[in-house]
Design a protein. Structure first.
Length: 209
């Protein structure tokens, strides 16, 4: 069953509250989304495996720790997911980046694929799928299924704000994928926007309407 972790770190909560404000402009919004992604990455990688490694400090030799096991990849769901990539790469510079392009049909609200480009060894990596908003869950469920169809077995999902409806669908459709959520909001409105939410994350990141 999926592990669903809602972040309770004070810095994450403070920054999420700030970007919810409608007066926050695109430049500041982008910067803070990146900061939140870095903080969430720190929390979401807490259980990565380590191995002993011999190193030499300026004083003496010692046994230190370094990451072992699978290498990492970050896969944003376009467009808005791009806003989280740099923050994660600041924490894990060696991670590779893939891209999945999906849009929500305005009539059916179902996800439609228009782009998919992944690292060639993605099936051998621990993959972090990122999207600032988990609303209906349709796009995220579809993106993760695309990864599974390409042989990816180890997937985690990071989002800044989620609606209960999206969390329910994700845990039902992908019970083997752990969810890391910055804030769990109340519900979706008739237009499938998260309430209270922060509006359209893609528009606010890129300054579009």
């Amino acid at each position: 069953m999926s592990k669903v972790q809602v972040m309770d770190h004070p810095l994450i909560q403070h920054k999420i509250s700030h970007i919810r404000k409608e007066e926050v402009g695109s430049k500041e919004f982008r910067e803070i989304v990146s900061e939140i992604a870095a903080l969430m990455c720190y929390e979401a990688t807490r259980d990565l495996k380590l191995k002993d490694v011999k190193i030499k400090t300026p004083i003496c030799e010692m046994v230190g720790k370094e990451l072992s096991g699978k290498k990492l990849a970050v896969v944003p769901i376009l467009r808005a997911g791009l806003g989280m990539v740099d923050g994660i790469l600041n924490m894990i510079p060696a991670a590779k980046v893939g891209h999945i392009g999906l849009y929500r049909d305005p009539e059916t609200f179902e996800p439609v694929e228009y782009y998919c480009k992944l690292p060639s060894d993605c099936d051998e990596r621990e993959v972090f799928v990122v999207d600032p908003m988990l609303a209906t869950g349709g796009s995220s469920v579809a993106a993760i299924q695309m990864l599974k169809d390409k042989g990816v077995k180890s997937i985690r999902f990071l989002c800044i704000i989620a609606a209960p409806e999206g969390v329910k669908l994700m845990t039902e459709e992908h019970p083997d994928v752990d969810l890391y959520i910055g804030a769990l909001d109340d519900h979706l409105n008739d237009h499938k926007y998260i309430v209270p939410g922060l509006g359209d994350a893609g528009d606010r990141i890129f300054g579009t309407k």
